[in-house]
Design a protein around this ligand. Structure first.
Ligand code: KG4
Ligand code: ZN
Length: 337
């Protein structure tokens, strides 16, 4: 089955053709990074307008690169939740138009589940596993039981992990997007220079939750308070210490979930899964079986959407033209979806 995937939930405009939920025939990703760079962050109105200008070309290029004509596409999978509402609507509307005009069924896809599926494009992974979704908008430690069933074990009670990277980078003028730049600068720094705090949310239903607003405040406003004698207060050391604190906060909870559930298979996804410190740390754990998607499949892309969409379409689950886009994941939803 050939599925055309469309992803426009944030600032990446992407289309892909994937065969049988596995074989990537094309994965065209047009990034708006240079457009949003002057603002040090994604401007929603600009993102959606840019998607409207790009979507047609991005889809056509993905089809051309795959060598598959629209008439041979069996189904369309499009991200319709969660994300920036204007951006989501562009992809969804385009998919509906194509579906109607070419008489191809389409299905609306959850962006979180798509990130969780990304590694399945490259590896054969058995369920259940512990899913770690870390991006600019989401920070979720979950139990993944199938392609459409995840149970949230822990999440952020405030900022997302990637958002914290972006905000720290913005404050210090390191550049945009912050995650990759901090990752690179941290390689030249020493994480022992600052001992940033780990929030103490380890009770009851919040025992696997994280919080990034305290860390962000510590790094931005209370640097001296957490500085260790004998280390320079250099940008590289700030990056290394912040990155270690941000990632250790996550992995500490993840190890706890693994110990408490007895599940040792871990699958990561989302932009922050590209982080070299996180990858090295998790891959060094011999007691865990860890899967990371390749870099291009960590950040937003349509191949993961097409790959996941295949399973719904194969099961005959189609969306109607009355399908809408949704911007939010319900707060603190412990069963997801
Ligand atoms: O998944 P994604 O492309 O978009 C969302 O769904 O949010 O993730 C983008 C996020 C940004 O916050 C970016 O700074 C972060 O992923 N990111 C990284 C790295 N590469 C991207 N964070 C840490 N280290 C990286 N190497
Ligand atoms: Zn994403």
């Amino acid at each position: 089955m050939l599925v055309l995937g469309i992803e426009s939930s944030c600032d990446e405009c992407s289309a892909a053709v994937v065969e049988d939920g596995k074989k990537i025939l094309s994965n065209n990703i047009a990034t708006q990074i240079s457009i949003h760079k002057p603002y040090d962050g994604v401007v929603p109105e600009i993102a959606s307008r840019t998607h409207t200008e790009w979507i047609k070309g991005v889809v056509e290029t993905a089809l051309n690169e795959s060598g598959i004509g629209l008439k041979d596409i069996d189904g369309i999978a499009v991200t319709n939740r969660p994300g920036l509402i204007g951006s989501l609507l562009v992809g969804l509307s385009y998919a509906k138009g194509l579906s109607l005009a070419a008489e191809i069924p389409f299905v609306g896809i959850d962006h979180i589940l798509a990130h969780m599926y990304a590694a399945n494009l490259e590896y054969d992974i058995d369920y259940p596993f512990i899913g770690l979704i870390v991006s600019g908008g989401h920070t979720i430690i979950s139990l993944v039981r199938s392609y459409d069933e995840i149970e949230v074990m822990g999440t952020t009670i405030d900022d997302a992990c990637g958002e914290a990277f972006d905000k720290v980078a913005k404050h210090y003028g390191f550049g945009y997007p912050g995650g990759l730049i901090i990752d690179q600068m941290a390689k030249k720094g020493d994480h022992r220079a600052f001992s940033f705090p780990d929030p103490s949310l380890h009770k009851g239903e919040h025992r696997y939750d994280v919080s990034y607003s305290g860390l962000k405040t510590a790094v931005i406003n209370q640097l001296d308070q957490f500085h260790n004698e004998g280390y320079a207060k250099s940008p590289e050391n700030i990056c290394a210490s912040f990155q270690a604190a941000a990632i250790n906060m996550l992995t500490k909870r993840l190890f706890k979930v693994s110990a408490d559930t007895g599940i040792s298979r871990v699958v990561a996804g989302g932009g922050v899964a590209a982080n070299s410190y996180l990858r090295k740390l998790l891959l060094s754990k011999n007691n865990l079986e860890v899967f990371f998607p390749s870099m291009q499949l960590c950040t937003d892309n349509a191949a993961m959407v097409a790959g996941l969409g295949y399973h719904y379409l194969k099961a005959g689950e189609n969306s109607g033209l009355d399908t809408t886009a949704g911007s939010r994941v319900p707060a603190f939803k412990r069963k997801y979806p």
